[in-house]
Design a binder for this molecule. Structure first.
Ligand SMILES: [Zn+2]
Length: 150
């Protein structure tokens, strides 16, 4: 199989967390050479990229008759899976030390004194970033995004 180098704005087939199908998505954030966040072209939902080929784990189906707020649990599970996915690719020597006056673009690996390694998921407004850490997502302050954002 030919490996195509992807970039933000490209279309990829990804598993949509909402439609629960493999559908066409637009990449909105990349981590290294892999899509990190995608926008579903079908439902318009934004979510973490999921490889379209389903990973067969030992646990195939959970006979869940629980009515506990499943949506939330799904998000956490998705985040955790995503974290596990990216964690193997993380090179802590490449991590940038987090600082409130630092600049962090989407896809940057940062090192936080409390939360450890985290991956910038999104820039929010002009001085906040959403970062995925092992224990979940956090909003952090940062300096105003640089002019190099496209
Ligand atoms: Zn969708």
């Amino acid at each position: 199989m030919k490996k195509k180098v992807l970039s933000v704005g490209d279309r990829v087939d990804a598993r949509c967390t909402k439609c629960r199908k493999v559908l066409n998505h637009t990449i909105i954030a990349m981590v290294e050479e892999r899509p990190a966040r995608v926008l579903c072209n079908t439902c318009g939902g934004e979510h973490n990229y999921k490889d379209p080929s389903p990973v067969t784990r030992t646990k195939t189906s959970t006979p869940g008759s629980k009515k506990v707020s499943k949506a939330k649990a799904d998000i956490n599970k998705a985040e955790r899976q995503y974290w596990e996915n990216i964690q193997s690719d993380m090179d802590s020597s490449k991590a940038v030390n987090y600082a409130m006056d630092g600049h962090f673009n989407v896809g940057v690996l940062l090192s936080h004194p409390v939360f450890g390694l985290g991956l910038v998921q999104e820039t929010i407004g002009v001085n906040k970033i959403r970062v995925l850490f092992q224990e979940g997502q956090k909003l952090l302050r940062c300096a105003t995004a640089g002019p190099d954002r496209k």
